[in-house]
Design a protein around this ligand. Structure first.
Ligand code: NAD
Length: 428
């Protein structure tokens, strides 16, 4: 490398709670209640494979930057590993490990035949041109083909990655194979084997479980206000679909800050405004709130749909919502969870609340493998069946053990993976 070489890797800034420790604590609670055998517990509380890659990317000015990325497979017992790829400056190996473990439980909870994986690159994509982003994506895709493939490990979009990024990954793997491999990623554009309904799937799942939770808590959607943190794929579509389902969206935010109007925000108009300005802040008829203030607003339902560690032991005592629906992965720390539970606040856990995305990803992969594509109505109906079934199974466990919905969901998911591990036995 003769050109200027600059390392683009950064260490994670001080985080309140290490997400990997949170993930292991959540697993431990379920393993304890299931009275799980010690050796099985030791297997399931660690990740199976972790790949760390460092790779150069040519910048538009001719210089090279070295990036660090990860692909982690937590578990492959029930099928190929499945999980998104995140581009963010705060990505760390521990974060990716946590996200991969949560994917294992999520897939098991909705009973789709996948294990769990996740990937990430330490990068702020906003600092890259489109061409630089494409080169970074293609090189990262090539680096992780050691693990990735339609039968082994299937990536999807996550924070700061989208259908275009998936198209570049699909193309890279296809060029290296000599033929098209659509089933290697999900969340692709429809032109190359993407599925109807996939872009909206996570938000649709959030809406389905929010409605189920309202029924359980005897809350009326039409008289319930909602605050949503994060206005990306998950947050913005949850806002649209929850509004259509009758909820009043009183606050939303993105990385630049939030907006609040207790009388309700017109989401279609807000989407137009965001399209023009790139932000939600400054939208007519709303007052500004910070991301921290948004979490503590006097609303009925809170949907964290941005990043981990948003509800902590520090702010949990001040949360006013009766119901938290976790659109993001890991937004609530275990300490905050205990506080919310003691205050009678119901939390629909991430592994169910945002499972709509991986469920329709599964449909996309099945369609790609069969080269036979379904109507959106069929996809949405199947998604709803799966989400409602998993919601009810979670509630049955939570009610029979008098525990939180999170623990109820873990009991369903962890026991499915444990049973699959036991029936397969130990190799050799
Ligand atoms: P995205 O990149 O589309 O959107 C992220 C949003 O969060 C943006 O609006 C961004 O401005 C905002 N944001 C970023 N940092 C923030 C901060 N510090 N405070 C407030 N807002 C902030 O990402 P996404 O795909 O919507 O993912 C959001 C969450 O949902 C992540 O936890 C992800 O793992 C999870 N998730 C995503 C999917 C999916 O299908 N995309 C599926 C399941 C779970």
């Amino acid at each position: 490398m003769t050109a200027t070489t600059e390392t683009a890797t950064k260490t994670h800034p001080a985080i309140v709670t290490n997400p990997w420790e949170s993930a292991q604590r959540q697993f431990d609670a379920a393993a304890e209640l299931l009275n799980m055998d010690k050796s099985l517990r030791a297997v399931l509380r660690e990740v199976r494979r972790e790949l760390v890659v460092r790779f150069p990317v040519r910048m538009d000015n001719g210089s090279l930057k070295i990036y660090e990325g990860y692909r982690v497979q937590h578990n492959l017992t029930r099928g190929p590993a499945k999980g998104g790829i995140r581009f963010h400056p705060n990505v760390s190996l521990d974060e990716v490990k946590a996200l991969s473990m949560w994917m294992t439980w999520k897939c098991a909870l909705v009973n789709i035949p996948y294990g769990g994986a996740k990937g990430g690159v330490i990068v702020d994509p906003q600092e890259l041109s489109m061409r630089e982003l494409e080169r970074l994506t293609r090189r990262f895709a090539s680096e992780i083909t050691l693990l990735v493939g339609p039968e082994s490990d299937i990536p999807a979009p996550d924070v700061n990655t989208n259908a275009q990024v998936m198209a570049w990954i699909m193309d890279t793997v296809s060029m290296e194979s000599g033929y098209s491999v659509p089933a290697v990623v999900t969340g692709k554009p429809q032109e190359i084997g993407g599925s109807e309904g996939r872009p909206a799937a996570t938000g649709r799942g959030v809406t389905i479980v929010a409605l189920q939770a309202c029924k359980r808590l005897k809350m009326d959607p039409a008289s319930s206000t909602v605050a949503i943190q994060g206005f990306g794929n998950v947050g913005s579509i949850s806002a649209q679909l929850m509004e259509q389902a009758g909820f009043r969206i009183a606050a939303v935010s993105d990385v630049y800050g939030g907006i609040y109007n207790p009388a309700g925000i017109d989401i279609a108009k807000l989407l137009e405004y965001r399209e023009e300005t790139g932000k939600v802040t400054g939208f007519e008829g709303t007052e500004p709130v910070t991301n921290e203030e948004l979490l503590e607003l006097p609303v009925d339902i809170l949907v964290p749909a941005a990043l981990e560690n948003q509800l902590t032991s520090e702010n949990a005592p001040r949360i006013k919502a009766k119901l938290v629906v976790e659109g993001a992965n890991g937004p609530t720390t275990p300490d905050a969870d205990a506080i919310l539970e003691s205050r009678g606040i119901t939390v629909v856990p991430d592994i169910l609340a945002n499972a709509g995305g991986v469920t329709v990803s599964y449909f996309e992969w099945v369609q790609d493998l069969q080269s036979f594509f379904w109507e959106e109505s069929e996809i949405n109906a199947r998604l709803e069946n799966i989400m409602v079934k998993a919601f009810n199974q979670m509630c049955e466990q939570a009610d029979s053990h008098s525990c939180s919905l999170r623990l109820g969901a873990y009991l369903v998911a962890v026991s499915r993976v444990a049973q699959a591990t036991q029936v397969r036995g130990i190799y050799p």
